[in-house]
Design a protein around this ligand. Structure first.
Ligand code: HOZ
Length: 405
């Protein structure tokens, strides 16, 4: 297992080993077919093996796949990202979302001359030390307490408050004025399960950070180019100083990016003194797959994603109601979590009150019926533009009676 959340620890059993994917389907080594609602944890917004991405990869393979030198594709990808997300006046490609978030934090510290950062409980921004405190994703899934391996000094520079609690953010800033370099937030939480921002929450973060002189960093690794053509910042109309990207911008190949205000990004070496580098940063294959993916995404793609996700969410709600199962379906665009919880889930504490054992039973019932959901109550399910009538109907069939004990 090369990433802990794949290990089925919180749902039990052994994960099937996957062999190939096609559109909305994924096939294991025994030839079993599953409807894929994990989609490599978000990147595969066009489904598996879309023809334009295959063609871009094949063409790049002919030309070579790593040069350690600038390529035209990197510039085209950066320009495409900037057109759709204008707040990224300048950006730097990395090889993963973890690197993007880690580098954005270093940059925010350098830009402000401050050391503390503020994050939200259950927020996951990759596995850099300072960001792992009270993290979501695999840390939440495995119930890992504390932060072994992370020095006290690092942990104490990270302030953690509940998601959607603007008053707690205000209190933290009153207690540590002009000490916080950055507030980092998943504008739609995806790593405690999906939790949408409440009205005014993101706007409030923007106001508080401007007032105090801290930077606002949106971690759009999951939401970028997924919840709208311009990400969560477009959907909610709030402009951060810096943005972290990953997943969709590489179409399923390893990539990340961070970018934002020109004056801040110009501190990054070689233009400025903040060092960050990577042998495979801007890798031509990843860039080719990302460009081909983004070029396929137009307003109709997002309308299609919205329709399919609405249908899927409604079907889950209907079936749960019919079976009398207490369930909250949290959905923003094509990301969704079914929380086994009688109450609305608006933060990590709420998510943790969900019945993870009931989720595990539901997960296995669906898996037996050929549906692959995330193996954790604290992760998002995703849809792709390849999820068509046949696959959605197969989901509805699999869902029938799936909430019964
Ligand atoms: N970043 C993913 C969770 N949101 C986890 C991916 C993995 O562990 O494979």
């Amino acid at each position: 297992m090369n990433s802990p959340v794949r290990a089925f620890r919180s749902v039990g059993g052994t994960p099937p080993f996957m062999r190939r994917g096609e559109g909305p389907w994924i096939f294991d080594e025994d030839g079993r077919r599953y409807l894929d609602l994990v989609l490599s944890w978000g990147p595969l917004i066009l489904g598996h093996c879309p023809a334009p991405v295959k063609a871009a990869l094949a063409a790049q393979l002919e030309r070579g796949w790593s040069f350690g030198a600038p390529t035209e594709g990197e510039v085209r990808l950066a320009e495409l990202i900037r057109r759709r997300m204008p707040s990224l006046e300048k950006l730097r490609l990395t090889s993963s979302g973890t690197e993007a978030a880690m580098s954005a934090i270093r940059l925010a510290r350098a830009a402000t001359g401050r050391s503390r950062i503020l994050k939200f409980a259950g927020g996951y921004h990759g596995h850099a030390d300072s960001l792992l405190v009270e993290a979501g994703s695999g840390v939440a899934t495995l119930g890992i307490p504390g932060t072994p391996g992370i020095t006290e000094g690092t942990a104490s520079d990270t302030l953690v408050v509940p998601f959607n609690a603007l008053d707690a953010v205000e209190t933290a800033f009153e207690r540590w004025p002009e000490a916080v370099a950055a507030v980092i937030v998943e504008p739609v939480a995806g790593n405690m399960g999906v939790v949408p921002p409440e009205p005014g929450f993101l706007k409030g973060l923007r106001e508080i950070t401007v007032r105090d002189g801290a930077l606002l960093v949106f971690d759009e690794v999951i939401t970028g180019f997924r919840v709208s053509p311009g990400g969560a910042q477009e959907r909610y109309g709030v402009t951060p100083d810096l943005t972290c990207l990953g997943k969709v911008i590489g179409g399923g190949l390893p990539i990340g990016a961070y970018g934002g205000r020109r004056d801040v990004m110009e501190l990054v070496a070689p233009a400025g003194p903040v060092y960050q580098a990577g042998t495979l940063s801007g890798n031509p294959l990843a860039v080719g797959a990302g460009l081909a993916t983004l070029e396929q995404l137009d307003v109709f793609s997002y309308e299609r994603l919205e329709r399919s996700s609405q249908r899927l969410g409604a079907a889950i709600r209907r079936e749960a109601e019919a079976c009398g199962a207490p369930l909250q379906v949290n959905r923003v665009g094509s990301m969704l979590t079914a929380f086994f919880n009688p109450e609305a889930v608006r933060d990590y504490a709420g998510a943790r009150r969900s019945d993870a054992a009931a989720y595990a039973r539901w997960f296995h019932r669906l898996l037996e019926r050929g549906v692959s959901m995330p193996p954790s109550q604290f992760e998002a399910a995703f849809l792709s533009t390849a999820h068509d009538e046949e696959s959605l109907a197969s989901f509805e069939t699999a869902l029938a009676g799936s909430f019964k004990a």
